[in-house]
Design a protein around this ligand. Sequence first.
Ligand SMILES: [Zn+2]
Length: 133
Amino acid sequence: MERMEFTVQGSAAIPYRVTLEKGGTNLNAYCTCAAGSNGQYCKHRFRILSGNPEGLVGPDPDGLRVAVDWLEGTDVESALRDLIAAEDHVIAAKKVLTQAKDRRAMDVAEQSFETSKIELAKARKLLAQAMLK
Ligand SMILES: [Zn+2]
């Protein structure tokens, strides 16, 4: 089992610690933030595995490349990809909603937007589960 640690500045004064553990195709990711500690989705682990340096205190961005490499071929990779697709759906549905011209189009768009948000919540839950098994 290989192990890697990141320090991420979130909303709290003390930075959070994101820990990755990799063994074969299994990847686990832990975060010390409130959501992460409760086994829920958190953006800190999502960002690290997406190669996004936002909030990263250490190690340097080279460490992020290793994290993204570790993701490849793991059980978390597909869950992460599904989540990104679900986020895109929410953005697209929101755009359709803001462009709806009449009441009927607005109702349809609103329904679609609500459905996409439910799908996003599911994708986040599945990603959080995949990171802990
Ligand atoms: Zn977190």
